[in-house]
Structures are given as structure tokens and as C-alpha cells.
Design a protein around this ligand. Structure first.
Ligand code: GLP
Length: 222
């Protein structure tokens, strides 16, 4: 695991975007794994203008119970922040669904596997919506959100009661099977990066599994 410390959000976003640009230039039909959250917005802004005509994307997660048109659904977020600004084909955009979530992993395999996975990290160390637990969960499935995640994400909803309590998330196995990982973390996640610097892998800090990934770059503001 390579940890690159940068001074600003802009520097973090520019470096993450550079790695994605390099990936797509090298392989124009790349399969990308994408993340939502406020952290990758600056990265996405810097990808506008790049040729996505042959790129396929698989998003990490989605809330249960929100329609695609809901302003807080992750589908809506991706449309607003990336997809509506680039030339990606609608059929090449994939999200996990509440119905048959386990089929998502087969779909990723049929697409040839994910070449580059962009990740954020939750303030409790989750990746996707893989929350701290006693074990690592392998595949895409319905998950119950941790109370701290519901609280963190309440800022986007009118009322904390409106925050979905469940979501569909790629599993830890799905994420670990990707060929390259780029994780972005702003300075509000410095406490998690400090934990990650310790050589300890635990399902109570889900992102710590990334120590075992063969090609993982963490870009963090510190
Ligand atoms: C959500 C998403 C994660 C994301 C996290 C951090 O919980 N499921 O994939 O990494 O938010 O979000 P932010 O970047 O807004 O801190």
C-alpha cells in the first residue's frame, strides 16, 4: 500500500484524476469502479473532456429504497457529478440493485473485472458500505448502515429520519479483486489514515484490508 500525503484537496483531486486519465489512455475500454461522497467530486470534475466512449463503470454502492431520480440516490449523484458531463454510454453504467444484489459480482466478472477502483473512506473506516464488523464480508449484498454512518450522511437529508438504514454494497472481496485501487481522503479522514499507517488488518477498520491489495494508492490530505 502506497500512502501519498498532499497539502490540499485540489492536489489530491488532481493526482487521483491523473491516475484515472493514465488508466483510460492506456486502455480506452477500461472498467472503472466508482465511488460517491463529497471527497471524489473534485476528481470527477477533472475527468470532463476525457473519452469515456468505451469505458464501463460499476458503482460501489447505492441506498435501498431511494428511486434513481431521488436527489440523494447515488445514481443521481453520479449523473450530477460525472455522467451527464462525459460521453459515457448509458448501457455501460452499472449500479448494484436491491433485487438480486449477488448478480452484480457476476456482471463485473463478465465485463472482465474492474481495472481501476476509486474509493473514498467513511469516518469509521468503511469502504463502500462495508461497515466495521467482526468479519470481512466477501460479495455484493444488502447491508445495515452503522449508526455513525447514518449520522454522517444525515447532512445531505432534511431530517435524519429520512436517511436510509440499509444499502447495497460491493463486498470486501469484490473490492479486493480489482486490479488497481486509488483511495482519496480529505483532511477530515486523517484519523483513519493514521490508523492505516499501522500494520494491522482488522474487520473493525474495513479499509485496513487494503494492506493486502497488490496495487493500492492512498492519496490523503494531511
Ligand atoms: C459514503 C459512501 C462511501 C464514501 C463515504 C465517505 O458512506 N458509501 O463510499 O467513501 O460516504 O464520504 P465523504 O467523501 O462524503 O466523506
Amino acid at each position: 500500500m502506497k500512502i501519498i500525503k498532499v497539502k490540499s484537496y485540489e492536489e489530491m483531486s488532481a493526482l487521483a484524476a491523473k491516475l484515472i486519465v493514465e488508466q483510460i489512455k492506456e486502455k480506452p475500454n477500461s472498467v472503472l469502479g466508482l465511488a460517491t461522497g463529497s471527497t471524489p467530486i473534485g476528481t470527477y470534475e477533472r475527468l470532463v473532456g476525457l473519452d469515456f466512449s468505451r469505458v464501463k463503470t460499476f458503482n460501489l454502492d447505492e441506498y435501498c429504497g431511494l428511486k434513481r431520480g431521488h436527489s440523494q440516490s447515488y445514481y443521481y449523484f453520479m449523473m450530477e457529478n460525472l455522467f451527464s458531463h462525459i460521453n459515457i454510454k448509458k448501457n455501460n453504467i452499472n449500479f448494484p440493485t436491491e433485487k438480486n444484489p449477488e448478480k452484480y459480482d457476476d456482471k463485473i466478472t463478465r465485463a472482465g473485472g474492474i481495472d481501476l477502483q476509486l474509493l473514498g473512506v467513511g469516518s469509521n473506516g468503511h469502504i463502500g458500505f462495508n461497515e466495521p464488523d467482526d468479519v470481512f464480508h466477501n460479495l455484493t449484498r444488502i447491508v445495515k448502515l452503522a449508526d455513525s454512518t447514518v449520522k454522517d450522511n444525515a447532512r445531505f437529508f432534511d431530517n435524519i429520519k429520512d436517511v436510509p438504514k440499509t444499502a447495497i454494497s460491493m463486498g470486501i472481496g469484490t473490492i479486493m479483486a480489482t486490479r488497481k485501487i486509488v483511495l482519496v481522503a480529505d483532511k477530515n479522514k486523517a484519523h483513519i489514515i493514521k490508523e492505516l499507517e499501522k500494520p494491522v488488518v482488522s474487520p473493525q477498520l474495513p479499509c485496513s484490508i487494503l494492506h493486502y491489495h497488490p496495487d493500492c494508492t492512498i492519496i490523503c490530505v494531511m
